[in-house]
Design a protein. Structure first.
Length: 335
């Protein structure tokens, strides 16, 4: 009798533990926890579902491969499109067919197979020295114009942000013309590609170059850092290709992990992140643009002006990713 009672109690405890575990999600994130904690706290408050973030700058896909079926990851948040593609290529994510997600996120910002969904977008801008150039009307193609010889700074061509830009050039101009463009751009560099996007704007401030290639949100982040405010104030932000196809954009995104232990709740979180409140908060915290059409950017981001975005579907970039890497190698861009 006592044994039966003990087993009954033990069974109830196990069931309770399983229920509690099911009410907590694990998110693997390429974005630091403090950037998304406020949004996840709101989700928990609204649903009662807890969220644990596991952050890493790199290696999340490799970690999930090692973990296999035992991976605790429910959702993966990425900081750029190429990492979404890495997850898809390694078969670490699965489709999510959700009417809520499809209603909130436009078709050009999600996978045709429902393997991933964008959360925010950013522009690959061209920054110009206020003192030496002022605000300029420029196309990406112009970066190869000899008139800019010795005037351009950029980070490594192999960085995901630049690979995506090169992929978009291939989509619009083809492989041969893009290779010529890369050769011209390389010839115009003021120094060997190095550093991060902020470092390119700092180089403009220091007079090492007149033009820097960088993502839009870095301007906002620099304006929040007293030490970097002078860098940000030394440049004009320019949106390329406004007279034709529009500026190249990249995205942050999310995907459902292949072996998500809490699939249903994970989809609830994905739907929440696509909604008005989360879209507004996520974009404001990261100084990016919401992908949900009726959600406005922050006042600071809006102050940079309206722009025409390239309407090339984000998923098309994946088709030219490997070719972009090949061309960067062929022209020895980083050497």
């Amino acid at each position: 009798m006592k044994i039966t009672k003990y087993l009954t109690i033990l069974g109830l405890v196990c069931l309770a533990s399983a229920a509690n575990a099911a009410e907590k999600l694990t998110v693997y994130s390429y974005r630091q926890a403090f950037l998304i904690d406020p949004i996840l706290e709101s989700f928990t408050k609204e649903t009662g579902i807890g969220v644990e973030i596991v952050f890493s700058k790199k290696g999340i896909a490799e970690r999930m491969v090692r973990e296999g079926r035992l991976s605790p990851a429910d959702i993966v948040l990425t900081s750029d499109f190429s990492r979404l593609m890495d997850l898809v290529d390694k078969e670490l994510v699965v489709p999510v067919s959700s009417e809520v997600l499809k209603a909130n996120i436009p078709a050009n910002f999600r996978s045709p197979e429902d393997n991933w969904y964008s959360l925010t977008m950013r522009v690959r801008n061209v920054y110009s020295s206020k003192e030496r150039l002022g605000k300029i009307a420029i196309d990406y193609e112009d970066l190869a114009d000899p008139k800019y010889k010795g005037k351009i700074c950029t980070r490594s061509g192999k960085h995901p942000y630049n690979i995506s830009l090169v992929a978009s050039m291939i989509a619009h101009h083809g492989e041969a013309e893009t290779k010529r463009w890369l050769e011209g751009l390389k010839a115009n560099l003021a120094r060997k590609p190095q550093g991060n996007d902020r470092g390119q704007i700092k180089a403009v401030k220091e007079g090492l170059c007149d033009i820097a290639i960088g993502n839009s949100y870095y301007l906002g982040k620099m304006l929040q850092d007293p030490k970097q405010v002078p860098w940000a104030e030394s440049v004009e932000i320019n949106f390329p290709n406004q007279a034709n196809r529009g500026s190249h954009i990249n995205v942050s995104g999310m995907a459902l992990a292949k072996y998500a232990p809490n699939k249903d709740n994970a989809i609830k979180l994905m739907e929440y992140l696509s909604g008005d409140e989360a879209q507004k908060s996520y974009a404001e915290i990261n100084m990016e643009y919401p992908v949900k059409a009726d959600v406005k950017p922050s006042d600071l981001v809006a102050s940079w002006g309206e722009f025409k975005a390239d309407n090339l579907p984000i998923f098309k970039l994946a088709e030219y990713h490997q070719t972009a890497v090949k061309l960067l190698d062929q022209v020895k861009f980083d050497l």
